[in-house]
Design a protein around this ligand. Structure first.
Ligand code: COA
Length: 171
């Protein structure tokens, strides 16, 4: 089994752009866990990837997962994450989310939030493990390329009601 302690979690850097976009495109191909679906323009996605708030999980020099915390102007951060299909269920997601919580606290964010498809049991279990609670459900929210309309669960984790961002976010 893939040893979790061989994992490195670090801030994303410029030369991660293409591998990040390739991982994103591969997960989009599954049409199941994330909202984006194919086709993904890997070059454009790589160029526009927001490295600020992006963390990567690296194993033997390969990016096997990533998490992005989109800092809002209002003190909360919105999370998006993905792990390579062949590395799931081995603690990579947990390591990324733990690092994201630490990062968010360091940034002075008071809360983390996310949207997840209700059928995504692995992701929901991961978020619950870290204390995220369900805050609501957006009904028939996402139009899929199949034509279906999927609900989204909104989940949140309150970090520190007194926290104040020390750095001014740009968006
Ligand atoms: C969701 C995702 C990031 C989880 O990453 P992961 O590396 O598999 O997560 P972990 O191995 O750390 O597992 C975390 C917890 O999730 C739960 N879990 C993992 N796989 C599961 C599964 N197949 N079914 C049910 N629960 C599962 C377990 O509770 C586990 O905790 P434990 O190991 O302490 O028991 C990963 O499945 C993924 O990338 N999915 C596709 C993209 C996606 O759905 N992104 C999230 C969009 S909201």
């Amino acid at each position: 089994m893939f040893p979790v302690d061989a994992l490195q979690i670090r801030a994303a850097r410029d030369d991660d752009r293409v591998p990040l976009a390739l991982l994103f495109a591969a997960v989009a191909e599954e049409r199941d866990g994330i909202a984006s679906e194919p086709p993904i323009d890997v070059e454009a996605r790589a160029a526009s990837w927001n490295l600020d708030g992006s963390l990567v999980a690296v194993s033997n020099g390969t990016i096997v997962g990533s998490i992005h915390i989109d800092r809002s102007r209002f003190g909360f951060g919105e999370i998006g994450m993905a792990v390579s299909r062949d590395r799931r269920g081995r603690g990579v997601g947990s390591a990324l989310l733990a690092a994201a919580v630490d990062w968010a606290r360091e940034q002075g964010l008071h809360k983390l939030s996310l949207s997840v498809f209700p059928h995504n049991t692995a992701a929901i279990a991961l978020y619950r493990k870290f204390g995220f609670v369900e805050e609501g459900r957006r009904v028939k929210h996402f139009r899929r390329s199949s034509g279906e309309l999927w609900d989204a669960l909104e989940m949140g984790l309150l970090l520190d009601e007194t926290a104040r961002p020390w750095a001014s976010p740009t968006s």
